[in-house]
Design a protein. Structure first.
Length: 266
């Protein structure tokens, strides 16, 4: 009997192809910078790299869902009615994380730091840039597909942890290109991974409460933007932001209203 390859599993194929596309585009970005290519070309490649998981999903879509059209799949991700109680809760949690981060840093650092406000126009551009480079390019595939597929086999919590680790290490090239080295690089990478896994648990919890892709998109956008709106040393900011996300994730696991993190999807 012929043994089946692990790559015949669509989910494994998706993760593998996502990594390959991202790593290849990341190398192209490096070459563009090294050759002094026009900025628009480098930015375009950066956006494409951020969308690597979506590209992988589109390439494999007919293999994953042979009887479904891509536009119908996308439409399905937004058909569930948005619950504004859920949306308001996630916004409130993330605003509190930003405020607490600023207060804690003020108490422990004499130089301090503050809310970064370069003007409405630049803030709007930064917000749009974060949307394009983050949630719009990642949530359809990582949450809309991968998370939902994992939850057919595992509990939401286990699925969230798997996605958190896979999605976290997908960012490895960004860690290496962060400009940090030695102890600072280790600190940056560990904090990043803690934040990503915690984020994955939080997203899974609220996404299961209201399975509309707007929920993970909003959480993802606010997660990324929280590191933009606070001025100061990035590593110092990450200590508070990532650990606060970790605290929220632990509280959700411990309190776990209605057992949302332990009930397997059918």
């Amino acid at each position: 009997m012929k043994k089946k390859s692990v790559f015949e599993n669509p989910l494994i194929s998706f993760v593998t192809l996502t990594y390959i596309i991202f790593f290849m585009l990341f190398m192209v970005i490096g070459i563009c910078i090294w050759l002094g290519a026009p900025e628009w070309l480098t930015v375009t490649m950066q956006i494409m790299a951020a969308w690597s998981s979506t590209f992988a999903f589109i390439i494999l879509f007919k293999r994953i869902y042979p009887e479904l059209r891509l536009k119908d799949f996308i439409k399905q991700q937004f058909t569930t009615r948005l619950r504004f109680s859920v949306l308001g809760t996630i916004v409130a949690i993330q605003v509190i994380i930003v405020v607490v981060t600023m207060l804690l840093h003020q108490l422990t650092n004499t130089q301090g730091f503050a809310f970064s406000y370069p003007g409405l126009g630049l803030m709007a551009l930064a917000f749009l840039d974060n949307v394009i480079r983050g949630p719009l390019g990642e949530e359809l595939s990582w949450r809309g597909y991968a998370l939902n597929e994992l939850q057919k086999k595992y509990s939401p919590l286990k699925s969230a942890l798997i996605i958190g680790v896979l999605w976290g290490f997908w960012h490895t090239p960004l860690w290496l290109a962060s400009g940090y080295n030695g102890v600072d690089l280790v600190k940056y990478s560990v904090l990043f991974l803690i934040g990503i896994i915690s984020f994955s648990i939080i997203v899974t919890f609220f996404y299961n409460m209201n399975p509309n892709l707007v929920i993970p998109i909003v959480i993802h956008q606010l997660f990324n933007f929280s590191l933009v709106v606070i001025s100061g040393d990035l590593l110092e900011i990450m200590v508070y932001v990532m650990l606060l996300y970790f605290v929220v994730a632990v509280l959700l696991v411990v309190i776990n209203p209605k057992g949302n993190l332990y009930k397997k999807k059918h």
